[in-house]
Ligand binder design. Sequence first.
Ligand SMILES: [Zn+2]
Length: 213
Amino acid sequence: MVVTLPIVSTASESDYPRILDYPWDHSPITVYIDDKNVPPHYSPAYSAQVHKALDYWEAGGNGKLKYIPVFKLVDSENADIRIRWVESLQEDQGAPEGVAGAAIPYIADERFVRVDIILGVGSYQWMRWVPYSDSAMLAISKHELGHALGLDHSTDRQDIMYPSNEQINNTHPLFAGKYGSFLLIAAYAALATIVFLSVSWLLNRRKRKKIQD
Ligand SMILES: [Zn+2]
């Protein structure tokens, strides 16, 4: 039997893919950036990129949010959004090749309770360690924060929420880490969107071309 699925026509602004339209029931949204427990290849410039990414969204970001977020940095893990780095999502988290960052929302009653953002610091390319550039870190941070603000992946290649490589649907909990029990993730695994912002457009272009060829 052949089943024909309807083709979704051009999405209007309000149809922009979102995890939730209004994920946070309060403002400001507190953010904890863990720049103390960092992996060996962490660059001190990376946390500055996260700050820039926060500024980007406070200034309207990609224009697809239905609200203007206000962030408040806190020095406590008891924050709405918790951001940390790992050496490699492949090694530390068992994520597939090319995954540079992950945003893991915990949802209750149609709201985010918390979002954990995990960022890599580089990857192996042809057996050589290549650290992410500051601009790649900025792009990854913007993208993951976009998820933490409720946005899903865009099909527009120019959009920061476009997964620069294939997106996979996380069908099982990938992560077990320092933030304790991740059992909740199982329930929301489908929402644990993973970015394939391999390195950045620049660093990845050659490789992608090869694959397409
Ligand atoms: Zn994503």
